[in-house]
Each structure stands twice: as structure tokens, then as C-alpha cells.
Design a protein around this ligand. Structure first.
Ligand code: FAD
Length: 244
């Protein structure tokens, strides 16, 4: 899919966790933005030192495809963070996209592990409709691990828990590095995503693993998976690195 340059208009903003701001846009030209769930877009933001470009995964649900939702982690001192935190409704932002190959593919007979830290869960939220269809049309099992610090930071947790309630072959686990609920909820695990991943019975002949978000989590998980004999095409990665 080729990418386009266009403007987005902000139509809604809300804090979805104490550190994550969700921004909802529509295209200023009224067109629908074609993308594949799992892809990201790039915002072109003006600063006193010129334009900076920052990428954000699309988090929109399937039914809201005329709306482009992104979830932005508050990075202290971050230049894009500061601009986006101040963005008011009706503001316009130059944008390009869609980009990326972190998308669901046809992997007949395989089960999926989807792992993320923080806003790295956005691509999986965009994939929710596809995941539900995949579960309905195959025997596959899907296990989603989301790493955050505490239960308040569980971004889009309700969306994933709702699917887990409807579909027994979908499991959602919150990997909490600082504190659990009191008493702990059944979907809560203590520790970092990469630590919980190490406790799973993973099999290169059976699993495809998606990793998204913090580069350290991705590197640690990648090393572990390679040690288990996973080939690189079975380990799909999207690292949230800062650019220029
Ligand atoms: C493909 C892709 C998709 C992405 N999707 C998302 C997304 O959906 N949501 C999202 O919030 N971000 C996402 N990012 C990261 C995003 O593009 C920015 O890097 C992030 O918002 C920080 O930009 P900034 O200008 O505010 O910080 P900068 O001014 O670039 O950085 C300020 C300081 O903070 C450090 N820093 C940067 N990012 C982080 C971080 N996450 N945690 C801690 N310290 C940090 C930097 O090293 C630097 O020291 C994605 C990145 C990529 C490459």
C-alpha cells in the first residue's frame, strides 16, 4: 500500500490512563484513510527549531474507520508529547501514512502470542475485529500480554477482557511491574512482559510471536525466542524508537 500526505483534524481528546492521552482525528479533506490494522502513521509537527516527525500506531476499532485514534504516552520533556498534550479540538496536523508491516498474516495452524508494553498495545486494539474473525474461522489460540506498571495503566484493558469473556481461546494477561490489584484480578501477573513470556510453554512449530513497544522488551524477548529456536519470520516486531 502506498502512503499519502494529508491533514488530520482533531475531533476528540481524553486521558485514557494517567499517562496516556487518546487523540481522535478525522481527515480534514473528509476522505476515509485506508490502512491495515497494525499499521502506523507519522505526524509532522512544527517546533521553533523546525518540523519534527513522530510515528504513532493506529488504535481505532474496526467500526470507526473514518476516525483515526492514536494513544500517546506522556514522555517527560518529550517535544511531540508537549505539542500533542496542548492540541485543541479542531486543530490540524500534517500527516503521512499508512506505514508498516506489523499486521496479521495468514499463518495456518499456528497460535499467536501478542506482547506489548504500554501504548504498544494499540496495534492489537486495531486488530481486535480481525482477531475475533480469526478465532471464529480457525482453531487457533491467541494470548495477549500487556506490560504496564499498575492496574490503572492498563490501556484498553476492558476491550481485551471483553473479547476474553466472549471467546475462551483468547487470553488476556496484564503483566504488572509495580503493583497488582488488591486482591489481584485473575488476569493479572507480576513482572515485566519479557519475564512472563519466559514462563510460557512456547514452541517454534506452533507459535507466531508479535512484539510491540519498548525496545528493551523487544530485544530481551527476541533473544529468548531465538534461544528456543524461533526463526525470525515467526517473530514480528515494532519498536517504538524516537526519531530526529
Ligand atoms: C513505528 C512507531 C510507532 C510508534 N507508536 C507510538 C504510539 O502508538 N504511542 C506512543 O506514545 N509512541 C509511539 N511511538 C513513539 C513516538 O513516535 C515518539 O517517539 C514518542 O511519542 C516520544 O516523542 P517525543 O518527541 O515526545 O520525545 P523526544 O523529544 O523524542 O524524547 C525526549 C526524551 O525522552 C526519551 N523517550 C522517548 N520516548 C520515550 C518513551 N516512550 N519512554 C521513555 N522515554 C522516552 C528520549 O530518548 C529522549 O531522551 C512510536 C514509534 C515508532 C517508531
Amino acid at each position: 500500500m502506498t502512503h499519502e500526505h494529508f491533514e488530520l483534524t482533531l475531533v476528540d481528546r481524553r486521558w485514557v490512563t494517567p499517562r496516556v492521552l487518546e487523540l481522535t482525528f478525522v481527515r480534514a479533506d473528509g476522505q476515509v484513510f485506508p490502512y491495515v490494522p497494525g499499521q502506523f502513521l507519522t505526524l509532522h509537527l512544527d517546533t521553533p527549531d523546525g518540523e519534527i516527525r513522530r510515528s504513532y500506531s493506529i488504535a481505532s476499532l474496526e467500526g470507526e474507520r473514518d476516525r483515526i485514534v492514536i494513544a500517546v504516552t506522556r514522555v517527560d520533556g518529550g517535544r511531540a508529547t508537549e505539542i500533542l498534550n496542548r492540541l485543541e479540538r479542531s486543530s490540524r496536523v500534517r500527516t503521512s501514512g499508512p506505514f508498516g508491516r506489523f499486521v496479521l498474516r495468514e499463518d495456518d495452524g499456528m497460535d499467536y502470542i501478542l506482547a506489548a508494553t504500554g501504548t504498544g498495545v494499540s496495534p492489537y486494539r486495531a486488530m481486535l475485529g480481525l482477531l475475533e474473525k480469526r478465532l471464529a474461522t480457525s482453531r487457533c489460540e491467541i494470548r495477549l500480554l500487556l506490560g504496564v506498571r499498575n492496574p490503572e495503566e492498563l490501556l484498553y484493558g476492558e476491550d481485551f477482557l471483553a473479547l476474553a469473556r466472549r471467546e475462551p481461546r483468547f487470553r488476556f494477561e496484564a503483566c504488572l511491574s509495580r503493583s497488582l490489584s488488591d486482591p489481584p484480578a485473575s488476569h493479572e501477573r507480576r513482572g515485566y512482559v519479557q519475564e512472563v513470556l519466559k514462563q510460557l510453554p512456547l514452541d517454534p512449530a506452533r507459535h507466531i510471536v508479535y512484539l510491540c513497544g519498548n525496545p528493551d522488551m523487544i530485544d530481551a524477548s527476541l533473544n529468548h525466542l531465538k534461544g528456543l529456536g524461533f526463526a525470525l519470520p515467526s517473530i514480528r516486531r515494532e519498536k517504538y524508537l524516537s526519531s530526529n
